[in-house]
Design a protein. Structure first.
Length: 190
């Protein structure tokens, strides 16, 4: 899908929408309420997406685009190939920290938004596999089946997203990612 080039004003609005929707979810908002909260017109919102639900998808995509940049910057800053998987998972947890339970519940109820999250989780699994392979090649991680470990991590990431882990363990998503990072670090360490 071709990417729409946004004006600086639209980019700023989208960033503010990310903050609002991450904190409060999107299901209970009308476009009128969103426009009022953002001090803009509905026409301005329609310039971002043709409907409320498509706006929720656009906001979620923007969240993950920004989060990916932040995560990759933290991985790039980690010089030790044996710690890059941990850096990646810790950064993912930090990036997901602003997502409220209301947003996560709305995500679970709206397939197109959940699909954005799932695509990003699948990307994360592939990225983790690559980081494990790099760590093994550098002699910084023990020999494991990188694809299997990445799929196990991705399965845990999907569980975190579903929110049931939060209910069972009373961990925020960010805390669950921190625990996952510690677990993987110990499991892969030399």
């Amino acid at each position: 899908m071709a990417r729409t080039r946004r004006t600086a004003r639209q980019a700023d609005l989208l960033a503010r929408l990310v903050d609002l929707i991450a904190a409060e979810g999107f299901a209970d908002f009308t476009l009128d309420q969103v426009a009022e909260r953002m001090s803009c017109s509905k026409t301005t919102l329609y310039a971002l997406a043709p409907s409320k639900l498509e706006l929720a998808v656009a906001i979620t995509r923007e969240f993950f685009r920004t989060a990916t940049e932040q995560v990759e910057a933290k991985v790039a800053a980690e010089a030790d190939p044996g710690r890059r998987v941990t850096a990646y998972l810790t950064a993912v947890g930090e990036a997901l920290a602003p997502l409220s339970r209301a947003f996560m519940d709305d995500l679970a109820d709206f397939a197109p938004v959940a699909e954005v999250y799932q695509r990003n989780t699948a990307f994360a699994a592939a990225r983790i596999r690559d980081l494990i392979v790099e760590g093994i090649a550098a002699g910084a991680l023990r020999e494991v089946n990188a694809g299997f470990v990445a799929e196990m991590v991705a399965a845990t990431m999907f569980e975190i997203q579903r929110g049931e882990m939060f209910e069972r363990l009373d961990l925020s998503d960010a805390q669950a990612y921190a625990e996952l990072a510690r677990f993987v670090e110990v499991a892969l360490g030399r």
